[in-house]
Structures are given as structure tokens and as C-alpha cells.
Design a protein around this ligand. Sequence first.
Ligand code: 13P
Length: 260
Amino acid sequence: MLIAGNWKMNTDVPEGRTLAQVIADRLSTQPQAFDDVDFLVCPPFVHLPAVRDALDDAPVAVGAQDMHAQDEGAYTGDVSAPMLTSIGCDYVILGHSERRKYYDETDAAVNAKVKQAKRHGLIPIVCVGETLEQRQAGNAEAVVRAQVDGALADVSVGESGALVVAYEPVWAIGTGESAAPEQAQEMHGLLRRDLAERFGASVADGVPLLYGGSMKPHNAYGLLSQPDIDGGLIGSASLAADSFLGIAEKAMDVLEEETT
Ligand code: 13P
């Protein structure tokens, strides 16, 4: 189970460092409490070194929220994959709906970034999800399929996986209204089948499928207990250690129930 925080454009650097420190402290005082949960935080670029240092030896990976598709060059304001790996990033979120909406990111652009991430050993977290209008028009599945098709065109994934896909229905992001667990599972099942057709069943089974969109401690259990939901990509609830770790506790409840 992967519990990932997308901090978006929130907190200044001292606040981000403190949040990371609180998470690290809580994990070190309760080491067994979260045994089977993999943690990831994705703060803003400028926070990355401070957050990496604050997490020190804590079992929490660090990721970025976007990156450029080229190694280097005259791209004012951008950040490259080698920059991210040089400060200890393992993951990068790509194709988030906010990037698609505010920066007109296309599936082709996401595809170029996915390939670049893989070339540099970064694990891409490919975000897909339909808008409310697309869902109401009955096009949710077609939209998500097309996004996966575009983002993963000519991408190969070995047995080691090294790919994460996040289903984030746009209408559930930041609205306080998450998808119903069954509704999310329906799309996650489709994603798993799509990945199995693309890469084979054993690779598909190893690709964590995250749900994102108003995941909170109170609704996390229902979502995380679905068979094809392997974790969460959490926005606002990842900005406080209590709610972020509260969701991780629900993940542990689900995992414990599965083993009994
Ligand atoms: P919220 O959890 O704030 O809805 O954000 C979800 C998200 O966009 C994570 O990438």
C-alpha cells in the first residue's frame, strides 16, 4: 500500500520542513504501526532538499510534482530529471489534472515526460481522470483509457514495475466529495485490465494503482479496501501529519484485515 502526499503549492520551506519532521518523528516513535505502508511525499521543488534532510532516515520517499522532458537547456523556470535524482527524488507526479488544465499539458507531453523519468530511474506517477462533464456524458472510461494510451505509448515496463498510475477524478479533487468506493474500483479494475493487456498480468499486478480526490481519514478505509486500489494520492489531507498518518492507519487496518 502506497500512501503518497501531493502538497501542491502549499506551505513555505520552514513549514514544509516542520511537516516532514513531524511525520518522521511519528514514524520513529511507532515503527511497527505502519510496517506495511510505503510512504511518499511530493512537496514543491524548492522544498525538496529541506524535506529530504528532515526525513533523514525515515522510511518516506520523496518525489516531485512535475518535471521537464529534457535533461537541460534554455527552459526558464523548469526542473529536469537529473536535478531531481541529484537531490534524492525517487518519484515524479506526471500529468496531474491541474497541469493539464492550467498548463495545457497534453497526453503527448505526459508521454515524453514518462519516458524521460524512466530513462533517469525516476518512478512516474501517471495521473488520469475525467471531468464531471465527461462523466455525465458517459465518457469517463473512454477518457481515462485515452489518457493511459497517450501517456504510456511506447513505454515499456519491466518486471520490476517502476510505474504508478493514479486515478484522480477531476470532480473529486479539492471538493471534499470523493468517488464512492465502488465507483473508484470500477475505474481501477479497468486500469488493471488495460495494464495487463499492455504489459502482461504479472507486471500489471505489481503496478500500484492509487486513488486521489478528497481522500481523508474518514473515507480512506472504504476506498483502500477495494481490490484494485493500492494506495492514495492525497492532496489537502497530506498537509497535516494527523490526517496523512490517519489515512495510513486505515491502510494498515485494511492490510491487517486481508491477512486474517
Ligand atoms: P485533494 O486530496 O485535496 O482532493 O487532492 C487530490 C489530488 O489532486 C492529489 O494529487
